[in-house]
Write a protein that binds this ligand. Structure first.
Ligand SMILES: [Mg+2]
Length: 267
């Protein structure tokens, strides 16, 4: 009896330890990241702060034709100015989906939820985008939502229209050529560098916006695609924070991303 009880206690301890080290399969009661985005005024104040700073920077970066927010972009002096924004948690606030979806995440769950719900803005983004357009700046939306053909639907990439609809639901005008999804073209992987550079061929990119480190820094993911040759690590990303130190809040504007993102998978 004693042995059985001790065995039960050891098993319970082992299970507790396992719980502590495994990623949760559903949103736990005390998930501060999700609760913070959903309920704190701090979140809304912070996103408004980011977009207010960027709005103040618009005039300066439009005027300075030598400025670009893409490291290494050359010969852009006479190109028209543009900004690049990520979509999820940068333009569209998906916290209601994040709080409620049945784990694990799939892109299709977000797609289906999005079709049935009116998009909510990240606080401050609408005002910024209107200011950018008023200043003659092109606005590009670059998301890693993937193009995927569903067997039961005719469109090759139904997700693109869903993203466009979401942006329009915020009251923003957008045309399809200003929206790119991953795998919309074979070379458009989840390494956003490729698409940033493609935009940089025709525009002087004055600002980048995202809620993920990889919306700014190349080769910052644990899963990597060409031209990246190895997985990013916590150490490599920490070094890159300093490598690109002068861009933060100065051409690069990062929003908080406590609910999900490439930070959760690097080791
Ligand atoms: Mg995002």
């Amino acid at each position: 009896m004693k042995t059985t009880r001790r065995l039960a206690a050891v098993t319970a301890l082992a299970m507790l330890a396992a719980c502590a080290t495994q990623a949760p399969t559903h949103a736990p009661d005390k998930d501060y990241g999700h609760a913070w985005v959903a309920h704190s005024s701090d979140y809304a104040a912070l996103t408004r702060q980011v977009y207010a700073v960027a709005t103040r920077d618009l005039e300066r970066f439009v005027a300075d034709k030598s400025w670009t927010a893409i490291p290494g972009q050359a010969g852009a002096e006479n190109l028209p100015p543009a900004v690049i924004l990520d979509v999820d948690e940068t333009v569209i606030n998906n916290v209601d989906f994040q709080l409620g979806f049945e784990r694990p995440f799939t892109d299709r769950k977000l797609e289906m939820w999005d079709r049935e719900h009116v998009a909510k803005p990240v606080p401050g983004v609408i005002e910024f985008i209107k200011a950018a357009k008023a200043a003659g700046v092109a606005v590009f939306y670059l998301t890693n939502r993937p193009c995927e053909k569903y067997e039961d639907e005719a469109a090759a990439c139904p997700q693109k229209q869903t993203v466009i609809d979401g942006i329009r639901e915020l009251g923003l005008d957008v045309e399809p050529e200003f929206v790119s999804l991953s795998y919309e073209r074979p070379e458009w992987t989840k390494e956003k560098l490729i698409r940033r550079q493609a935009i940089g061929e025709n525009y002087r990119v004055i600002m980048l916006f995202g809620d993920d480190f990889a919306d700014f820094v190349q080769c910052a993911r644990s899963s990597f695609h060409p031209p990246c040759t190895e997985p990013a690590t916590r150490a490599s990303r920490a070094a890159d924070v300093l490598t690109y130190e002068h861009y933060w809040g100065n051409g690069w504007y990062i929003l908080p991303g406590p609910m999900h993102g490439s930070w959760t998978s690097v080791r």
